[in-house]
Ligand binder design. Structure first.
Ligand code: WT7
Length: 566
């Protein structure tokens, strides 16, 4: 096994042209993600290599080679063109994690349309808002989700077709079309639409942890960054079996659940099933998963289930673990070292960045609790929140800012130019998060801008409070939010869920307080702990502190369309 290059080696003479060359792209060429993730690999001799190992919650299995991907995505592209879908139109993928979702994504891109993936668990209202906003022309779905579309169809004059992948035409209504991917006559050659670098590719609605969901518009050139970040940060090797447990309704599930691995010619395993610790470990064991990209919300659930269940499985195939989406608490890194024998590597990015921008690279020294260092070619810093000037002091917190112009940067928000413009200051793109940078150049996440707690003029990030709380044996999950205070303006309040075997009580509250007192500054100490059964989360599993904060301030919570129990 080759040794991963050091961070300094990766940085030396970095140029995105490295990725352009490796993908065979020259500026001005046609560039199409659908083609690059299937046909290109076949041409390189990987036609018979497995691209997708798929399994659902009932244990049904399917396998697709790169040639299968190529032909099936051609077939879908051909079908969509035949329906009269035009390049640039939006085609929504409203599917569980079935093969049609992954292959359909490539097919939509091959014929030049824009893929709009949405969580199949969305209720009809969440769906309606996003289809209306995008003026979506067609939606690909399963029979079990059709009732939601039927309910809102009248409100969507632009939606010409609902395409159903698992029902006979006879069972469908007007403007509903049956399409069975594996039964359709295979299309060996499809004329790929000649998309260019700046052509729109994917429209992702952001998880909306703060305010209205926005449609982030990605372009085909994004593959340049998704390819290289996947290769270097996830440390791909040719024989890897890769598992990204994110749903493509979330950008992690497309950038690193479709484009990143397939641009690299990697075999990926997909489990179409919700969280279940036993099932997940079985899946890793059965498919001999080597690289696993997960998220703190899942890791916390695994921690809650304990180490006993891990010992029942052979997880020795795992070589590299990475995480994204929320701060990865040091407790989670240490736990993973203990139980898997290797740490989760935190990575930081956003729907808007399209690719990983700050990361702990394979082989790099991990400082638990830190997000690591900027990807080569990404200029990242922190700015003073008032002046937007550089914060030039190691350890001082500021706004995370990126120099615009990396390949997978979105080209804007759909129908919302002002919203995107508002993200820039002094020539920097602002992520909307706060962090500090230490003397070694490592970034330390503090909190989302809107989640930071201002107590008597001192800013407290929820991350440090929650990390301390997670160190208590009884605490399963926590959210630290601001609570109004007549003296300090705001004080910290913590919402906490407890692990099995613990009962909320005044004594337990005291015990937790005593435990964290040693680890937190007095300012960051919660004034109150409230035990709850669950915390509000987005579909992608992010804790939505805004809802808890609004409760404390008796303010309206605004748009909740991406929250779990809608
Ligand atoms: C927001 C972006 C990440 C791709 C999918 C989510 C938070 C993300 C981390 C991390 C702390 C993180 C930030 C960011 N976030 N990764 N490693 N540590 N916070 O994209 O839904 O657009 O959310 O997720 O607040 O701004 P998203």
């Amino acid at each position: 096994m080759s040794h991963p290059p050091s961070y300094d080696e990766l940085n030396a003479n970095f140029d995105w042209a490295i990725a352009e060359r490796e993908l065979g792209y020259r500026p001005g060429d046609v560039i199409n993600i659908g083609w690059m993730c299937s046909d290109r690999l076949c041409r390189l001799g990987l036609a018979q290599k497995l691209a997708l190992l798929w399994e659902d919650y009932q244990g049904n299995q399917k396998r697709f080679t790169y040639n299968d991907l190529r032909v099936c995505s051609n077939t879908i592209a051909h079908f969509l063109s035949g329906l009269g879908i035009r390049p640039g139109e939006r085609v929504c993928l409203f599917l569980d994690r079935v093969p049609e979702l992954y292959v359909g994504f490539l097919g939509i891109l091959k014929m030049g349309a824009v893929a709009q993936p949405l969580f199949s668990a969305f209720g009809d209202e969440s769906l309606c808002v996003r289809l209306k906003d995008a003026g979506t022309a067609a939606i690909i779905t399963q029979k079990k989700h059709l009732h939601k579309i039927r309910k809102i169809r009248e409100q969507l004059p632009n939606l010409r077709y609902a395409i159903v992948v698992d029902a006979p035409q006879a069972s469908l209504q007007e403007r509903e079309t049956a399409f069975a991917m594996e039964q359709a006559s295979p299309v060996q050659d499809f004329p790929i639409y000649p998309t260019k670098a700046e052509s729109p590719s994917v429209l992702h609605y952001t998880s909306g942890t703060t305010g209205q969901p926005k449609g982030a518009q990605h372009v085909h050139y994004s593959i340049i960054a998704q390819y290289l970040t996947a290769k270097w940060v996830l440390g791909f090797q040719p024989d890897d079996i890769y598992w990204c447990n994110a749903d493509p309704g979330w950008v992690t599930g497309t950038s690193y659940g479709i484009i990143g691995p397939w641009a690299n010619g990697i075999t990926q395993a997909v489990l179409d099933s919700g969280f279940n610790a036993g099932k997940w470990y079985e899946f890793i064991e059965k498919y001999r998963v080597t690289v696993w990209y997960s998220a703190p919300t899942a890791i916390r659930l695994l921690m809650k289930e304990g180490a006993e269940i891990i010992r029942k499985h052979d997880l020795s195939s795992l070589r590299h673990l990475a995480s994204v989406g929320e701060p990865l608490n040091p407790e989670a890194v240490n736990w993973s070292r203990e139980v898997f024998g290797k740490p989760f590597h935190d990575t930081f990015w956003q729907t808007e960045t399209g690719c990983i921008v700050i990361a702990n690279f394979p082989g790099m020294e991990i400082k638990p609790g830190s997000m690591g260092k900027p990807f080569p070619g990404i200029t990242a810093t922190v700015l003073d929140p008032k002046t937007y000037e550089l914060v030039n002091r190691a350890g001082a917190a500021g706004l995370i800012a990126l120099r615009p112009g990396w390949p997978s940067q979105i080209c804007g928000y759909w129908n919302n130019a002002a919203g995107y413009q508002a993200k820039f200051r002094n020539g920097w793109y602002l992520c909307g998060d706060r962090a500090s940078i230490d003397t070694d150049g490592y970034f330390w996440f503090m909190g989302r801008d809107d989640d930071v707690i201002n107590t008597g003029g001192h800013l407290v990030g929820p991350f440090e409070v929650e990390s301390a709380l997670l160190g208590c044996p009884a605490v399963a999950e926590s959210a630290a939010v601001a609570k109004p205070d007549p003296v300090n303006m705001e004080v910290v309040k913590a919402y906490v869920t407890v692990k099995q075997g613990f009962q909320p009580s005044d004594d337990l509250e005291l015990e937790i307080m005593n435990h964290i007192r040693k680890r937190l500054s007095p300012l960051a100490m919660p004034q109150e702990i409230e035990f709850v059964d669950s915390l509000p989360k987005t579909r992608s599993g992010k804790i939505v502190r805004r809802i808890l904060r609004c409760k404390e301030f008796h303010e309206p919570v605004g748009d909740l369309s991406t929250i779990m129990d809608d």
